[in-house]
Design a protein around this ligand. Structure first.
Ligand code: SF4
Length: 362
């Protein structure tokens, strides 16, 4: 009895302490590049401590959000993203398909829900959706949402009108990555500009849809480019609700896959990857930071460090669009080993937004 009383009291103290720390949380959108660079340069242990502290102030540290990603239209994309096996410019063997039937997508969403997913993300390899595609897309969003899953789509660039249609259908999130820092961007993609990406993010935000935007590290960029990548997202008018951080999965036949294969640059250094996650967490305290592509080749220890550094969302399943993923069995084993649990209910940032308490700090 005495023992459980003590535990109860310690928990109460811990809760009070957390509440007190909560008041210190500051959401800033005025980060300078120098400040972001200084965070990257911190001693690793200090950086991790700061990131973990920010993480605990804003998120339950033992909970990880599970998302499922489905390619609803694969390959044949006219864009030339140098990392992507779905570009028509890539010689990757990925075959182009048509948009999946609505019912087939809904079936896959139901399976994802049964397997514990909170969010169902759908990707189409398009430069932008055509107006003739929109009715089916709208039907898919409505159907997935009716199952009680959060919906996310990535369909390429959006016009304001298309963003409005998706919002009216009930789309919760739209994913559109900035990919990397502004200076390195043109080394990766030439068929659309960095500003085009930012315009789509603005159209999505203006329509009232939550923003999912992140990028890829390990594309041969420098740390300064990674600083630029985090800085871009952390200085948007409002931070993206979700920030996926991918490690490049080099695919043979893609520009970057061929360029980086068998070179020391081909794989991002694990510690540098964790640093990127930690800096993203510190600069965007409320956002969900998602470990995305590249996780299947990461050691358990590196993934554990990422969770400690503030990553709190992963993709489940054994495939991410066309790239391999860790798989449900290995995720289950890792969660058991680390004592992590699947997140349920609303994301902290969305819940916070509903309460309208998320205004950027003055
Ligand atoms: S990343 Fe998207 S836009 Fe770029 S080539 Fe691949 S499918 Fe197309």
């Amino acid at each position: 009895m005495k023992c459980s009383c003590l535990i109860g009291r310690s928990l109460a103290h811990a809760r009070t302490a957390i509440l007190r720390i909560d008041k210190l949380t500051q959401i800033r959108t005025d980060w300078t590049r120098e400040e972001v660079a200084e965070l990257f340069d911190l001693p690793f242990t200090e950086l991790l401590f700061r990131a973990a502290t920010v993480h605990r102030e804003n998120h339950p540290p033992e909970q990880i959000q599970l998302c499922t990603l489905l390619s609803i239209k694969t390959g044949g994309c006219p864009e030339d993203c140098g990392y992507c096996s779905q570009s028509v410019k890539a010689d990757s063997g990925v075959e182009a398909t048509k948009l999946m039937e609505v019912q087939s997508v809904l079936q896959r969403a139901a399976q994802a829900k049964d397997q514990g997913s909170q969010r169902f993300c759908m990707g189409a390899a398009w430069r932008n959706p055509k107006d003739r595609d929109m009715p089916a897309i709208v039907e898919i969003v409505k159907g997935v949402r009716a199952m009680g899953l959060e919906t996310c789509m990535t369909l390429g660039m959006l016009t304001p009108k298309q963003a409005d249609m998706l919002q009216e259908a009930g789309l919760d999130y739209y994913n559109h990555n900035v990919d990397t820092g502004p200076e390195y961007y043109e080394r990766v993609i030439s068929s659309r500009k960095y500003e085009d990406r930012l315009d789509t993010l603005k159209n999505v935000r203006d329509a009232g849809i939550n923003v999912c935007s992140g990028g890829i590290v390990g594309m041969g960029e420098t740390r300064e480019d990674r600083v630029g990548f985090v800085h871009t997202l952390a200085t948007l008018e409002r931070h993206p609700e979700s920030v996926p951080v991918n490690a490049l999965v080099p695919v043979k036949g893609t520009v970057l896959g061929d360029m980086l294969a068998d070179t020391p640059l081909a794989k991002i250094d694990d510690i540098e990857f964790v640093r990127t996650v930690a800096v993203a967490r510190i600069c965007m305290p409320m956002s969900m930071v998602r470990l995305s592509a590249g996780r299947e080749s990461m050691s358990e220890a590196t993934q554990a460090l990422c969770f400690l550094a503030g990553a709190n969302s992963i993709f489940t399943g054994d495939k991410l669009l066309t790239a391999p993923n860790a798989g449900d069995d290995s995720d289950g084993a890792l969660f058991a080993k680390l004592g992590l649990t699947a997140m349920h209910g609303e994301e902290p940032m969305r819940a916070c937004r509903v309460e309208q308490s998320m205004e950027p700090a003055e």
